[in-house]
Design a protein around this ligand. Sequence first.
Ligand SMILES: NC(=O)c1ccc[n+]([C@@H]2O[C@H](COP(=O)([O-])OP(=O)(O)OC[C@H]3O[C@@H](n4cnc5c(N)ncnc54)[C@H](OP(=O)(O)O)[C@@H]3O)[C@@H](O)[C@H]2O)c1
Length: 418
Amino acid sequence: MPTALVTGATGISGNAIVQHLLGLPEWTKVVTLSRSQQIPAHPKNTHLTVDLCGATAPVVEVIKQDAQDLEYVLYCAYQADTDLDRAFEINVQMLQTFITALREAGAMNTLKRIVLVTGLKQYGVQLGQPKQPMHETDPWLEGEPWPKNFYYKQQKMLIKAAQDDGGSWSWVVTYPQDIVGVARANFMNLATALGLYASVCSSLGDGEIPFPGARKAYLAFNSWTSAKLHAEFCTWAALAPQAGNQGFNVTNGDTESWQNLWPNVVERYGGRIPPVMFPNGDTGPYGDFEAFHSVSQFTPAIALHEERIGLKGDFTGMHNEVHQQIDTVKWSQRPEVRAKWAELRDKFGLEHDSWDKATWRFVSLLLSREFSCVVSMSKARKFGWTGYVDTWDAFEETFDALEKESILPPASKLRRSE
Ligand SMILES: NC(=O)c1ccc[n+]([C@@H]2O[C@H](COP(=O)([O-])OP(=O)(O)OC[C@H]3O[C@@H](n4cnc5c(N)ncnc54)[C@H](OP(=O)(O)O)[C@@H]3O)[C@@H](O)[C@H]2O)c1
């Protein structure tokens, strides 16, 4: 009869874990923790509201009562900051505060495992092209020229905390890719912004839904991570004895691309696929829209491997570029776009802040990466994980759920192509 505490319970990864655990009869108690938002009431759940960026004492006070029979922690708390140094400090401090509070609350007596959710910054995908497929055994990007990475520090803290407690509990770290899931007002949510973009495009002008990113990104290969499948993985990894003290890539198990997915998005939202998707080539603007272009200040992660793979000097000094034929941040502020959103919002009774809280810049980065981004699932499979979901099915399921939550308009009621 396992018991769990999920931090970051209202976020895209945490919310899916909470819903999954609440649905499993054998998990008798699911304590959830977040800073500001609540989760819907459930008989198996106690929700704790506390700020992990604050002092430790209030956190101890809040978790004390539920810490006495706690067995599993799923740590999904995350605070984004565009200043990378600040993001490092905040996220390291939040985990440190939480571990200290667990200890002071007496939770280590019954604790069996902590599952920490991080992601593909493990492999430096935010810096530019990585070596791929990415494997858990790939060396970490530490020291010059690599910027500080809070994922590494969090993992080291977790390993040390388990050692300090004499190995009485174990840890797991998951590395999900771009997460497809449901959450309100989180920093990184691809499906929400994508659904809003497609809904408005389909309802404007001739209903064309152009891929806003770059041609290279359209043709590249990628993996995605369903938040639901990731939740199942975390539950499996919490309990599987052989998974202890390991890090795992977690993706859907297929490799996909926008050249496959985009026509599906267009069809779902009743729009039209532009006959010439990239009228101005690889990087030019689409029609009268403003394009977005940025050059990474970092060395791409593949440079770490260039000697080993016999490509010495090919990547050092190179800087990856990001191109969007439609700058989605600027697009989202256009008067005709905002007016159409307001019309859809009022017509379908949608959440008022869906639009302003949509993560347009995050989406622009995901749709404009000019390289493939594929991880290996071999390690998880060798350890006994068999989960899989088709990526388009995961998108459809997520869009359906976001419609039910009135975050997205009902796609079936939007314009159909002739
Ligand atoms: N989103 C993606 O596509 C994606 C992809 C790969 C990896 N990841 C990684 O997955 C991990 C989890 O991120 P996520 O995307 O699931 O996060 P998220 O959706 O932004 O949710 C963050 C959660 O943390 C809570 N939180 C934030 N600040 C807090 C604080 N000071 N005290 C207590 N709780 C706080 C939030 O609570 P409130 O809502 O109440 O503020 C929310 O429940 C991160 O390492 C992230 O980099 C994310």
